[in-house]
Design a protein around this ligand. Structure first.
Ligand SMILES: *[C@@H]1O[C@H](CO)[C@@H](O)[C@H](O)[C@H]1NC(C)=O
Ligand SMILES: *[C@@H]1O[C@H](CO)[C@@H](O)[C@H](O)[C@H]1NC(C)=O
Ligand SMILES: *[C@@H]1O[C@H](CO)[C@@H](O)[C@H](O)[C@H]1NC(C)=O
Ligand SMILES: *[C@@H]1O[C@H](CO)[C@@H](O)[C@H](O)[C@H]1NC(C)=O
Length: 472
């Protein structure tokens, strides 16, 4: 009995822990390699900041007596980190190792004995320095990815000192006294500098926008919905990626499908954006009352012979012209359900459902209702990426009309088909496409951009395979 309960609880909790994301981002080894190049430069800068304190002491020399020495102005002149490797560390984060690093330091020496002073400079090289660092990756309490130093070891190899100036017999007095303090300073300072570099990365990750205000109607939430999943070959970040209406922050009444990405690794990143993203946009915009447009005569481009006035309707619905002679008309097109997007291989299709309330505009500007058409439109979408934003454009596939209600008697709606195709193509889609061309931001940190993103539509998901660039 206890076992059944335990197993049930375990199953339950593992389900509760795992929410399907709207966007799954896979980071591959190739991205780590690119990150390593940048990281090594940052680390090199950090290691240059290491400060080694002055060393002074005295040595007893037969005949001469006390020799006081002072070593000052020790600074790092050159650092090279020629060998490094980076890899995923399943379940935890990223491992970075640096081998055969070389540090060159310079400084001054000064000695006093009897009543004589002597001074000169020295060069010191540290060969075969190795550093190994584990970078832990987690989800922080704001829902952003976070990094921390999860273990560092530094191994300062051999030191090699060359003195310049002064009497050479003096060097031997303090060269051994010098090695110890510098060796331990380096050993003590390296890992904190590595941590400080990682902390810089963490500060940078904090700039990730986990919610984005899109326009006056909607915003997008991007926070991580699951812990970061790390295998030996990639890392997956599950972002919520849901649109909300600004006015009423309401959860979509449907949930995201599972997003699976193929095991390809030839790009730095793979993004799997499920159709939940677009459907939550449809739900939010519809809920915000944003999906409506008035179509008037002056919106229909001049080149179309069909005008939105009652004379034009003389042949279609004679009754309209009889009741309201020589008047302009207005069509109010509005969604009456949320639009639904479906991604199938190489195909994104949106079904939109709505109605068109049609009016004659009376001389005193009030509106006389004529008829209501129910419409169902099938639209195909093409998506693209531009500056870390997802953009799109729509093309009308088909438009089905039926008469919902008429104040001017029965008529054949098929006769209005041509006019409405024009209205949708010339008025409605350009408006929607202008909005879609503005794009919707994808989660990103400052100074990160996509390089040559490739888009592919699979079942329920748009896959973006891309390399990345970090810089200005
Ligand atoms: C459409 O026109 C009607 C009547 O003039 C008006 O009440 C409504 O706000 C307009 N809608 C839009 C989206 O312009
Ligand atoms: C209505 O459209 C016809 C062309 O179809 C045009 O000749 C006529 O002047 C228009 N009437 C009004 C009131 O705009
Ligand atoms: C795209 O998908 C829709 C339904 O999801 C289907 O009706 C349509 O025929 C498809 N188009 C192509 C070109 O496969
Ligand atoms: C506009 O004119 C129509 C008919 O001519 C009338 O029924 C309606 O009350 C008028 N509306 C206004 C606001 O004056």
């Amino acid at each position: 009995m206890v076992w059944i309960v335990t197993i049930t609880l375990l199953l339950f909790s593992s389900h509760a822990l795992c929410t399907n994301p709207g966007l799954k981002v896979r980071v591959t080894q190739k991205a780590l390699e690119y990150g390593r190049e940048i990281g090594i430069q940052v680390l090199q800068q950090k290691l240059r900041e290491i400060q080694i304190p002055d060393v002074s002491g005295k040595a007893d020399v037969p005949v001469i007596g006390h020799v006081h020495y002072h070593i000052t102005g020790i600074r790092i002149n050159d650092i090279s980190l020629p060998q490094s490797a980076v890899g995923f560390y399943a379940g935890n984060g990223i491992k970075l190792s640096i081998d055969n690093a070389y540090i060159h330091l310079t400084g001054h020496w000064r000695v006093k004995y009897l009543f004589i002073s002597d001074s000169g400079s020295f060069d010191l090289s540290v060969n075969h320095l190795s550093i190994s660092e584990a970078i832990g990756m987690t989800r922080d309490n704001t829902g952003r990815p976070a990094v921390h130093s999860a273990g560092c070891t530094a191994n300062v190899g051999s030191l090699d000192i060359t003195f310049h100036g002064g009497a050479s017999w003096l060097y031997n007095l303090f060269s051994s006294s010098l090695e110890g303090p510098i060796h331990s300073s380096l050993n003590r300072e390296i890992c904190p500098k590595v941590s400080s570099a990682i902390n810089g990365l963490e500060q940078h990750l904090k700039t990730m926008k986990i919610s984005s205000h899109v326009d006056k109607y909607v915003e997008i939430e991007y926070s991580l919905v699951n812990p970061i999943a790390i295998t030996n070959i990639f890392m997956d970040l599950d972002f919520k990626s849901e649109f909300y209406s600004v006015a009423q922050h309401k959860e979509a009444p449907f949930s995201p499908p599972p997003v699976s990405l193929s095991e390809q690794t030839d790009h730095m990143m793979y993004l799997g954006l499920s159709d939940f993203f677009a459907n939550s946009a449809g739900f939010a915009y519809y809920g915000a009352g944003a999906l409506h447009v008035n179509i008037t005569n002056n919106m229909i481009p001049k080149q179309y012979p069909v005008r939105l006035n009652t004379s034009t309707f003389r042949f279609l619905i004679p009754q309209v012209e009889k009741l309201y002679p020589n008047m302009l008309m207005l069509m109010n097109l509005h969604a009456n359900q949320r639009p639904v997007l479906k991604a199938t291989p190489n195909n994104i299709t949106i079904q939109a459902y709505g109605a068109i309330d049609t009016f004659a505009i009376l001389p005193n500007s009030s509106l006389a209702p004529l008829f209501v058409l129910d419409i169902c439109a099938s639209v195909s979408a093409k998506m693209a990426i531009s500056e870390m934003k997802l953009t799109g454009s729509l093309k009308l596939n088909s438009l089905r009309l039926s008469l919902g209600h008429s104040d001017v008697g029965p008529f054949k709606v098929t006769m209005l088909q041509g006019l409405l195709n024009i209205a949708v193509k010339a008025v409605v889609l350009p408006k929607v496409n202008a909005r879609l061309a503005n794009g919707f931001p994808l989660p990103s940190v400052d100074r990160l951009s996509f390089v040559n993103p490739l888009l592919k539509v699979n079942q329920d998901v748009l896959v973006i395979a891309t390399d990345i660039h970090y810089g200005s």
